[in-house]
Write a protein that binds this ligand. Structure first.
Ligand SMILES: [Zn+2]
Length: 156
């Protein structure tokens, strides 16, 4: 059986595929236990990440995370381009999927999980940038820290 490449499964999991691509993956999942299991594993990893208790972060680490997040936001202009490149790559992979017989199944599970964490930080920072709103935690178990938290309060 020809399995879709990991990238395609990941985008399927994140609802990032266009409808025709999604339909093809769905059809494959109906007949492939292996790929269905893989998607179930993604869900387990994501649940574990979301349910993890927020670690205690000291001020120095917090500053470093904010610095990294700011750097990432500074590159936001390139994001659209990256998205387009990703879609192009998925299109190519879809075509390769027709031709390849198998691919390496060893999933970089930890890498996937840490990516989710990085995205959680960026989502929290971005929310505040757009408007004067409060941060929106993506899960009640996620503790969101703001810049105000680390700025010394005056006159108090
Ligand atoms: Zn499969």
């Amino acid at each position: 059986m020809k399995h879709p490449p990991l990238e395609i499964l990941q985008d399927y999991f994140e609802n990032a595929l266009v409808l025709s691509q999604e339909k093809r993956v769905k059809e494959h999942l109906l007949v492939c236990d292996q790929c269905s299991k893989m998607l179930a594993d993604f869900a387990v990893i994501e649940t574990k990440v979301l349910k993890r208790t927020a670690p205690v972060i000291n001020a120095q680490t917090q500053q470093r995370i904010f610095a990294d997040a700011k750097k990432m936001l500074a590159q936001r202009g390139q994001q659209k381009l990256v998205q387009i490149e990703r879609q192009e790559k998925i299109k190519e992979l879809m075509q390769d999927w027709q031709e390849k017989l198998s691919f390496d199944w060893r999933v970089p599970a930890l890498q996937f999980a840490s990516l989710s964490l990085v995205l959680a930080v960026v989502v929290a920072v971005e929310t505040n940038q757009s408007e004067e709103t409060t941060y929106q935690p993506i899960s009640t178990d996620v503790q969101v820290s703001t810049y105000q938290d680390v700025t010394p309060q005056e006159g108090e």
